[in-house]
Design a protein around this ligand. Structure first.
Ligand code: AMP
Ligand code: MN
Ligand code: MN
Ligand code: MN
Length: 388
């Protein structure tokens, strides 16, 4: 079983290491029934305005009931809907409008660790924020060069240029881009394996970077009128004690929220973050950290926020953007089962992935997978395996 939320406050476009353009991610958000989507690329805001413009265009089509208006095509007849919390399945055009939240995921260094802080509702033209972005752009550029050189010494020809050629022109290169490059070269079995083999700390292509401090990042977000959110706090693999120290430091310099719910959390993590939120008096955020289509991480997927917390979308900045303080997280519970046609498509995709890298087609199409009702037992076993 999966839930799909109408609010997702963490996502990436191809302005950094996501696979979809701002227009494509907005189309996907409509098709998955989102009402609020934050674009939060790594250390840049380049995708925000295009996403906002596209949402505006599609909202107008919806209100005009234009035949070209977006449809929610993940809820087709052959998906099994188990229930809808806080709303109904069928919604009017007004209920399906999308607000794009201007956001950014800023890298920071805290006690030699790389910490991500999402800034939501930021003024993307604010000079303090754009100065920080300019500094990080330089750091990213230098690091991308250094990683490229290391990879070249490890046998990858012309790594920097060829990795950049796979990204959007001018995109900020992250390790996520290098992971995809390494995978596409057939030198790792997955992007995750590329991290384990080459890019993670202590691995041969790792390059230490000194990002801005947590207070510097928080200050820039606050200066831009935004809300600083500590991103995926459990993904740093800190002890509880160390995470609490980070929360204390984050709070002391003006941090306002914790990302309590994110995709692919381990059991127990959400409960622990809920406790931290309550103890520190943080607001709560929820975001998928969507980068590209995959079975376990998608827009709105499995990011239910515990109802007792104060959601970050109920702040003054959200209201100023037109988000009603009454907006609730609507959760569509769906059971997935591939249809025979999709089984065939998945097999074809697997065969495609097994072909030599140079012959493969580029990722980036917006496809929503829809599933049949049969054989729930098999699927729930797969779901449980995925969550473990
Ligand atoms: P960077 O900010 O350049 O250090 O890159 C961090 C990004 O790399 C993250 O936001 C993820 O998108 C990606 N990433 C981090 N760890 C992994 C992993 N184990 N497997 C795949 N991608 C990862
Ligand atoms: Mn990323
Ligand atoms: Mn992150
Ligand atoms: Mn992210």
């Amino acid at each position: 079983m999966s839930t799909i939320s109408n609010i997702d406050l963490h996502s990436h476009t191809n302005a950094s290491d996501g696979a979809l353009s701002p227009e494509q991610i907005v189309a996907r958000a409509f098709s998955r029934g989102l009402n609020v989507l934050a674009i939060s690329d790594h250390d840049l805001i380049a995708g925000v305005k295009a996403a906002q413009a596209e949402a505006h265009r599609l909202n107008e089509l919806l209100l005009a009931q234009d035949p070209e208006a977006p449809v929610e095509n993940f809820i087709k007849a052959n998906a099994r809907i188990l229930g809808v919390t806080n709303g109904t399945l069928e919604r009017s055009p007004q209920e399906r409008l999308l607000t794009v939240v201007p956001g950014i995921e800023l890298s920071s260094t805290w006690n030699n660790e790389q910490i991500h802080i999402v800034g939501l509702f930021v003024d993307v033209d604010n000079p303090e924020l754009t100065n920080l972005i300019a500094r990080h752009k330089l750091s990213r550029h230098e690091r991308a060069e250094a990683i490229g050189e290391k990879l070249e010494r490890l046998g990858f020809t012309d790594a920097r240029a060829r990795c950049a050629a796979q990204a959007t022109p001018g995109a900020a290169i992250t390790r996520g881009n290098y992971a995809r490059f390494i995978y596409s070269e057939g030198k790792a079995e997955s992007t995750d394996a590329a991290f384990h083999k080459y890019l993670a700390r202590g691995k041969p292509a790792y390059v230490q970077t000194r990002w801005s401090s947590v207070p510097e990042v928080v200050e820039a977000i606050l200066a831009a009128g935004g809300v600083p959110v500590l991103a995926h706090p459990r993904r740093y693999h800190f002890t509880n004690h160390r995470l609490r120290r980070l929360c204390t430091d984050f709070k002391d310099c003006g941090g306002m929220a914790l990302e309590v719910s994110s995709s692919q959390q381990k059991p127990g993590d959400r409960d622990y973050l809920k406790q931290l939120c309550e103890q520190f008096g943080f607001a709560a955020s929820s975001g998928s950290d969507f980068h590209e289509e995959g079975p376990f991480r998608d827009l709105g997927q499995n990011i239910d926020l515990p109802e007792s917390l104060t959601p970050v979308w109920r702040c003054a900045q959200a209201e100023a953007l037109g988000i009603s303080p009454d907006l609730k997280q609507r959760l569509v519970e769906v059971t997935y089962k591939k249809s025979p046609a999709e089984e065939a498509a998945a097999a074809a995709a697997a065969a495609e992935a097994a072909r030599p890298a140079a012959a493969r087609t580029a990722p980036g199409t917006v496809t929503i997978t829809v599933f049949h009702q049969e054989d729930d037992a098999q699927q729930s076993a797969a779901d449980q395996a995925a969550q473990s």
